[in-house]
Design a protein around this ligand. Structure first.
Ligand SMILES: [Fe+2]
Length: 312
């Protein structure tokens, strides 16, 4: 399927997948994907004009419990969800080809469009935020929704871009014992029109800012509506038994997530230690434990607590 099919009634889309097995596994390991400059300048400008109140509000429809005045009012708030009702935003951002094909790969067919948008605005001198996992995040093999950052303007280091810690979506495993250094983290200093798909549980913060230019960044979630299965691009060479799932205290979670996405969550078993899914480049034969009928599941709850207000 090359074109995007959008169902206005259910607010879901379907399209072809762009990610292969290795990219899906990379996402399970890292927890994010960056697409630079994929939204057109025209749409970026319309987005900024809308958020600043320069253009008119023109929704496709007015949802129950809203009025046109109310939609106009909320566009200046921290949750300007009225923008989701603008046809140019749906076509130009929400249904962007590059974005939707990646989301379709990870969330299956008939992906649900966002219902809430957050606008992260910052201006002037501001200290960096503390590292945190967002409210209500969950550590789980299941990927039932994905969060997206959209940058309608060039976002420089001075404008306080978001900084993320790759791989931290599987749990606050290394915290607070480990101090982060900038080689381990990714500063999302991106050109206008860029989009970042990420796991909502990833550890992140807003970096410090010292720009007179106001930064706008929109954040919204896409939703799974179908049970997971391996219906992205199958790579013939991909081998479940010797793929790289990560190191100690990581590989088991990443592999579980990948299996769940493949619709094989029920078949996942661990025997622990040096067994699959862990492996070393110096081992002289395949890891034991692959396809074991007996074994365990990783404990996703062992460090789970709501750390929303806690900074590391
Ligand atoms: Fe946050």
């Amino acid at each position: 399927m090359s074109s995007i099919k959008y169902d206005e009634k259910s607010r879901t889309f379907n399209c072809g997948s762009s990610l292969g097995d290795n990219e899906v596994l990379d996402f399970c390991r890292n927890g994010y994907l960056i697409f630079e400059n994929i939204i057109s300048d025209d749409t970026n400008k319309k987005t900024l004009d809308y958020l600043k109140g320069i253009s008119e509000v023109n929704p496709l429809y007015i949802p129950d419990n809203f009025t046109l005045d109310k939609l106009n009012e909320i566009r200046f708030s921290i949750e300007p969800s009225s923008i989701l009702l603008e046809e140019w935003f749906i076509k130009g951002v929400l249904l962007n080809k590059c974005l939707t094909q990646a989301l379709r790969s990870l969330l299956g067919k008939n992906v649900g469009l966002p219902v809430i948008v957050s606008n992260h605005r910052i201006k002037g001198m501001n200290k960096e935020q503390g590292w945190h996992h967002d409210a209500d995040c969950i550590y789980s093999p299941e990927i039932n929704y994905l969060e997206v950052f959209y940058y309608p303007q060039d976002t420089t280091k001075e404008m306080g871009p978001t900084e993320i810690y790759p791989g931290s979506h599987i749990g606050p495993i290394k915290y607070p014992e480990t101090k982060l250094n900038s080689e381990e983290t990714v500063l999302l200093e991106l050109p206008r029109g860029s989009v970042v798909i990420h796991h909502q549980s990833v550890l992140h913060r807003r970096a410090k800012s010292n720009s007179t230019k106001e930064r706008f960044m929109l954040k919204f979630d896409y939703w799974r509506t179908e049970t997971p299965k391996r219906d992205w691009i199958i790579e013939k060479e991909f081998n479940f038994s010797d793929a790289f799932y990560g190191g100690h205290l990581t590989a088991r979670y990443v592999a579980h997530m990948f299996y769940w996405l493949c619709g094989k969550g029920d078949e996942f078993k661990l025997i622990g230690g040096q067994a699959w899914p862990w492996k070393s480049k110096n081992q002289i034969g395949p890891s034991y434990g692959f396809n074991s009928k007996n074994g365990h599941l990783p404990d996703w709850n062992w460090l789970t607590e709501d750390n929303y207000s806690k900074s590391f």
